[in-house]
Design a protein around this ligand. Structure first.
Ligand code: TRP
Length: 393
């Protein structure tokens, strides 16, 4: 195959210089098939931080993928169980998140989109990985350490704290490694806070490979997609989060236009009477400009009466300053309008999808079936390598 390809490109060289370039490009693309894998926790309706920070990048990866690339995206119900859950709420959260992913444009025909908990191979592979991962390695994970620190602040002694916490929470990163490696990915798009989990994933892959004396699992790269870090509207020193007590600190993808306007109006900025992008000195205003720059910009272009728009935040701040005379109130009005417009089609699709639980269930079932096909191959090979079954493949 390769040989024929080279011959072909040599023939082209003499006569069709241009054709050869195209051929070469296709050839490179073929050689670099990417397998993209990522998961998200079902923590209720996504907020703007989730959307602009992570979910939108899934859609962008999907839309820019080459035909030979594969994408696996899933909702991690098993990880959600590491903290106490109300079954009804968890079920609704999983389903709502599936609807939200479809609503923002994840295409279930292009991507393998599924509920992780519907693919039991994740839990099985986790067990095999748990058997080659040391306690010490997991004790060094920052998520675990911060959990211990939280307990510590509650005044517990060391001994009591560790024994109170659940095994599932401790082993969470091992499950994540299984989620990832099950599909032999090349790339895993995640936020910065997941870097350590990805490092562990690569170490587990290498540890497994050493054990079976074969380069079986890949060591996938962390893909830091150019996504936005969106801050709390009430306290721009911290990220926008689902758990902040003040609901005005976040905008949900399902917020009504009235709600959006009220929340944006209350957003904390500063007393300066001009607009500039300076995340250090002016986190509040800069956050609003950042959100605007991450939206698609149709409304903004209309508001500003222009067809071209530089959405680099610093240059956008200058444009906005000129257009509004430096008014923070006008900036907020423009932002509200842009958000309402950007979220409207997403909200319509979201509500339509939730009206049709049978359709959602079909999508989930198909996704899980496709994922299981791939997962089954991995698990079968792993079982053979570990001595749990005879060679079958
Ligand atoms: N731990 C991730 C988070 O909290 C969620 C997650 C679970 C994940 N499994 C994954 C992310 C696999 C990427 C790949 O955001």
């Amino acid at each position: 195959m390769l040989r024929r390809a080279r011959l072909h490109s040599v023939q082209c060289l003499s006569t069709y210089g241009r054709a050869q370039t195209i051929f070469r490009m296709q050839h490179t693309a073929l050689a670099e098939k990417r397998v993209i894998v990522s998961g998200i926790q079902p923590t209720g309706v996504p907020h703007l931080g989730n959307y602009l920070g992570a979910l939108k990048s899934w859609v962008e990866l999907q839309n820019t993928a080459q035909p030979q690339d594969e994408l696996y995206f899933f909702i991690v119900g098993l990880h959600a169980l590491t903290v106490p859950q109300n079954p009804k709420t968890l079920f609704a959260d999983r389903q709502n998140l599936m609807a939200a992913l479809l609503a923002i444009g994840v295409d279930p025909l292009r991507c393998t989109l599924f509920q992780q908990d519907a693919v039991p191979e994740h839990a099985e592979l986790m067990w095999y990985f748990a058997c080659i991962t040391s306690f010490g390695r997991l004790e060094r994970m920052t998520t675990w350490k911060s959990k211990l620190a939280t307990l510590h602040n509650g005044g517990n002694t060391d001994h009591v704290q560790a024994s109170q916490l659940q095994l599932g929470l401790f082993a969470y990163p091992v499950l994540q490694a299984a989620d990832i490696l099950l599909y032999h990915p090349t790339h895993v798009p995640v936020g910065e806070d997941q870097a350590q989990h990805l490092e562990l994933t690569r170490d587990i892959a290498e540890g497994f490979n050493r054990m079976v004396k074969k380069r079986y699992f890949p060591t996938p790269s962390t893909l830091h997609t150019p996504s936005k870090k969106i801050l709390s509207l009430r306290n721009p020193a911290v990220k926008m989060s689902k758990s902040a007590p003040d609901a005005n600190s976040r905008i949900l993808l399902t917020d009504s236009p009235k709600n959006i306007q009220a929340k944006v109006r209350r957003a904390v900025t500063d007393a300066d009477r001009f607009l500039s992008y300076d995340p250090e000195a002016r986190p509040g205003v800069s956050n609003l400009i950042n959100i605007l720059s991450a939206l698609d910009g149709g409304t903004l272009r209309r508001e500003l009466g222009t067809t071209v728009l530089d959405t680099d935040p610093a240059r956008l701040a200058e444009t906005l300053h000129t257009a509004t005379g430096g008014s923070g109130a006008k900036l907020k009005a423009i932002l509200s309008e842009s958000l309402i417009e950007a979220l409207r089609p997403i909200q319509e699709r979201y509500h339509d999808l939730l009206q049709d639980p049978t359709y959602l269930a079909t999508i989930e079932k198909r996704g899980a079936e496709r994922a299981r096909e791939r997962a089954h191959t991995t698990i079968s090979q792993v079982r053979t390598m570990l001595g749990l079954q005879k060679e079958t493949l």
